[in-house]
Design a protein around this ligand. Structure first.
Ligand SMILES: [Zn+2]
Ligand SMILES: [Zn+2]
Ligand SMILES: [Zn+2]
Length: 146
């Protein structure tokens, strides 16, 4: 979901100006594997932690996530990849839809829920409300940004 931004431009940002709508995307640093946020439209991201420059995947590339089967680290990869090697334990995880993780907000208490891709509904662990997962997964993933 697009987040409403300031109604007028506020230029004196000491940082690089936000792209078009100020939307941010995320990728995993190629050096230290930290999750990096960057403005949409950037072509590369310099990591503040290890200074590695990570190339941004071409626009339109959808990132997907899965949980490593070896160490249970959350891994990010370009959707469509068939396998993902974990940077921590070097387990090669098959990027099957069934292993992918998506996010949705509980329809009742707004708790952010994680569920496995392909699930039709998610039961909230907090309020037991069953939220049906409809529409695109990318819409659910964008909520993860906030
Ligand atoms: Zn880094
Ligand atoms: Zn691992
Ligand atoms: Zn709930």
């Amino acid at each position: 979901m697009p987040v409403p931004l300031a109604p007028y431009p506020t230029p004196p940002a000491p940082y690089s100006p936000p792209a078009a709508n100020g939307a941010q995307s995320q990728l995993v640093c190629s050096g230290c594997r930290n999750l990096l946020l960057y403005p949409v439209g950037a072509t590369s991201v310099c990591c503040a932690v290890c200074n590695a420059v990570t190339a941004v995947p071409p626009p339109g590339t959808e990132m997907a996530q899965l949980v490593c089967g070896g160490c249970h680290t959350l891994l990010m990869y370009i959707r469509g990849a068939t396998s993902v090697q974990c940077s921590c334990c070097h387990t090669v995880n098959l990027a099957l839809e069934a292993n992918q993780v998506a996010h949705v907000n509980c329809g009742n208490c707004r708790m952010l829920l994680m569920y496995q891709y392909g699930a039709r509904s998610v039961k909230c662990a907090v309020c037991n409300f069953v939220t049906s997962v409809v529409g695109s997964a990318s819409a659910a993933e964008q909520k993860f940004n906030s």
